[in-house]
Design a protein around this ligand. Structure first.
Ligand SMILES: Nc1ncnc2c1ncn2[C@@H]1O[C@H](COP(=O)(O)OP(=O)(O)OP(=O)(O)O)[C@@H](O)[C@H]1O
Length: 343
């Protein structure tokens, strides 16, 4: 869908920001560009919508060379979200979201109706539409930024550190929202971040760059974590590479059974069979039930914290479906490891 061929960017001051980049970004997937500061991520992103022009090489979007298209038209056909939301401060939220549809000549009524619909899509209340950007929290402003980028339903979305300026809790919420939206919309997304955990969480593919604009490796997260191309990539992925691999696997295939009888600890349930806590003769300890969609990493963590080494499994309504042992989880973790490392 987006194809870089031998793309080079040399700024007039002599800085090579991107070095001979050839890379294909698949349609309908999220490709995350990561790497240390100044390695050329933003320049790579901005060459896609011609906010920066390459020195040589070609970039095609949907098979069409971007250089052969009108730059303003191209920009209107590609969604763009940046760190500080980039909203117009003197326009209401609704008018901000309606910006591109209005530029495309949709007419005020249709553009505002679309903006109102998008407010809901990104999880904001209708009243937020009448406010000005400074009257919203940082996280809400980023949601508006995403809504604005989606307004004309572009097939491609460029996101430059969109969640970089919000606190970790809001950041996780925004990541969840993006994953939810992407399931529905299947956009081709190019996402820049410094944060490898964010990359592993969001990326269908991750491209790692090194200073001087060199692409070192581009692969699916599991492949990257299991087989980093070199020490630079391994260092960048961090010491918890193995645990990150477990964060990509879910509990779904781990077997579960009934709570064993006659032990020191029992799992106490409420009348709807939702787990309340672990109880022994003289103590009570909290339980954090997990669903099939939770990761093997959360399961391992919970099994280590659990007094019995067992984790409580629940369905989407929170009702107990069974328990799994630390051994069951370990065995699956081993299998996950063998599958990717030996593949
Ligand atoms: N307009 C410009 N003129 C000259 N040099 C530039 C220009 N824009 C970027 N650079 C340089 O090009 C290199 C790549 O910059 P770029 O912003 O693409 O990196 P980045 O990986 O996105 O960095 P960061 O993570 O810090 O945002 C850096 O050395 C930067 O200083």
């Amino acid at each position: 869908m987006i194809q870089f061929d031998a793309v080079h960017k040399l700024f007039p001051n002599g800085t090579t920001a991107v070095h001979d980049l050839s890379l294909a970004l698949p349609e309908g997937g999220v490709t995350v560009l990561v790497g240390s500061s100044g390695c050329g991520k933003t320049t790579t992103l901005r060459m896609i919508n011609r906010m920066v022009e390459p020195t040589s090489g070609t970039i095609r979007v949907g098979g069409k060379d971007v250089q052969e298209q009108d730059a303003a038209e191209l920009r209107r056909s590609i969604g763009y979200v940046i760190q500080q939301s980039g909203l117009f401060p003197h326009r209401t939220v609704l008018d901000n979201i309606a910006t591109v549809p209005l530029l495309l000549g949709w007419g005020r009524r249709k553009a505002r109706a679309r903006a109102a619909e998008l407010l809901e899509t990104v999880g904001l209340a209708p009243e937020a539409g009448r406010r000005y950007p400074h009257q919203l929290s940082g996280g809400q402003q980023q949601r508006v930024g995403v809504a604005r980028a989606l307004a004309a339903d572009p097939p491609v979305l460029l996101m430059d550190e969109p969640f970089g300026a919000v606190d970790p809790v809001v950041r996780t919420q925004l990541q969840d929202e993006l994953l939810r939206l992407q399931k529905e919309l299947s956009k081709t997304i190019v996402f820049v971040t410094h944060d490898i955990d964010e990359a592993v969480r969001l990326g269908d593919r991750i491209a790692i760059f090194r200073t001087g604009g060199h692409l070192i490796q581009c692969a699916e997260p599991a492949e990257l974590l299991a087989r980093p191309a070199d020490d630079f990539v391994a260092d960048f992925l961090g010491a918890e590479r193995g645990l990150k691999l477990l964060s990509l696997r879910t509990l779904a295939d781990v077997p579960q059974g009934a709570v064993p009888e006659g032990g020191t600890w029992t799992l106490v349930l409420d009348e709807a069979r939702k787990p309340l806590h672990w109880a022994s003769k003289d103590a009570e300890l909290p339980v954090r039930p997990l669903q099939d969609t939770d990761s093997l990493l959360s399961a391992l963590n919970e099994s280590v914290a659990s007094p019995t080494g067992l984790i409580a499994r629940v369905d989407a309504a929170g009702v107990l479906t069974g328990v799994s042992s630390r051994d069951d989880i370990h065995e699956h973790a081993n299998r996950a490891h063998t599958e990717v490392v030996a593949a």
